[in-house]
Design a protein around this ligand. Sequence first.
Ligand code: HEM
Length: 441
Amino acid sequence: MSWGYTAKPEAFMEKRSSLYGKVFKTHVFGRATIVSTDAEVSKSVLQNDGRIFVPYYPKSLTMLMGDPSILLINGAPHRKLHALLSSFFKSPSLKAQVARDMEHHLHLSMPSWSQRCSPLRIQDQAKSMAFEILVRALMSVGSGKDMNFLRHEFREFIAGLMSLPFNLPGTRLRKSLQAKKRIMKLVRQIIEEKRKKRKQGLNPMDDVIDVLINDSQQDAQEEGNEIEMKDDLSMANTVIDMMIPGEDSVPVLITLALKFLTDNPTALQQMREENLKLKRLKAQAGEKLCWTDYMSLSFTQNVITETLRIGNIINAVMRKALKDVEIKGYLIPKGWCVLTSFRAVHLDEENFSNPYQFNPWRWKDKEAGGFTFTPFGGGYRLCPGIELSRLEAAVFLHHFVTSFSWVAEEDSIVNFPTVRMKCGLPLTLTPLPSYPSFPSQ
Ligand code: HEM
């Protein structure tokens, strides 16, 4: 853990890899653990479904996750839920909504940013926007009382994810569990209202709750069962647990991209030119930007890819072996944990030349895939939010780099327990001649 707080946490891995090879034994959170910094071994671990490896999280986290939770379930129920969510998150209608939502939030916020005398903490702004967009995609709650309630309670809930696992009055974990109960109550009310509307013949597919209700109704019909209360409970749990990986990662991606661009003026200039060109073309054609336009900005996408590689928003994932298993000559004994370090692979010179250099050009004409590049994990648990995350970041970055130039205050990246900018990346902004970004709104 002490390595985690340094600027180079992978030095923990490098030291041991140099002594024992790319796969070695150690203790993480007090558990006997095998660490893999080898892309091939990590690939095999990630590609194995719940028969050999199951997800492993610190105890406080599992106590806060629901039962069942997408992050913990295995086998056929997991595959079904993962497929449902992935196809919803990939749908063009959701992407169009997410792009519009992000534009809307920027449209409301940017005028006040351009007039500020004090620096703007970009991480806080991105966080607030990404939270609202996520909640809308999950349960169609818009800005207002319920959104503020969810924001407050969710903050209280996640504060306990990495706490001591004691559920006693006054402990951090107990406070987080209580916050989760309050969120559950609201989410269950939303589910009930949606069910009532369905009885009146309305069957929208606007958000994750709609997708889950639809699925539970189909199951019930096929099996000739009544919808049970436990269906709504597990649905509420699924929705809340999806907020855990979804909430913080996109704003950190946006903030890190701006940090790396600040440090690399040539990359910033190329990205600004690419985005200004698109903006001019659209203005000449009298058209608004749509989600496919943002995704077609190749250099911007390369900046996002390189930010994911070097930023390592999710450093690693852990699995527990259910039986003895041998991978590439290494024995992983039953009951042991495996930590697949994405960070070590992304920063390994064997996989990327000058790995510590932010170099978006390395991705020119190159697929951002394979098992040496796994910011979104891989195999059965590959993040369903991949495309949405890239889209949100691209929309934010488009409007930001074409509207402002900036000077950044001194700040540094923190890598533990989660990746973020220590001071939220304070920027002093100057509007560019191309500002405002939303002439047509
Ligand atoms: C930059 C942004 C993001 C990064 C880097 C990221 C990374 C990851 C990684 C590494 C995993 C794999 C975990 C494992 O193997 O145990 C994962 C899973 C997951 N992510 Fe993301 N994520 C991002 C954004 C999102 C968003 C926006 C959502 C939207 C709701 C989301 C929802 C999920 C879910 C539900 C899972 C669990 C999938 C499963 O276990 O089947 N993520 N994410």
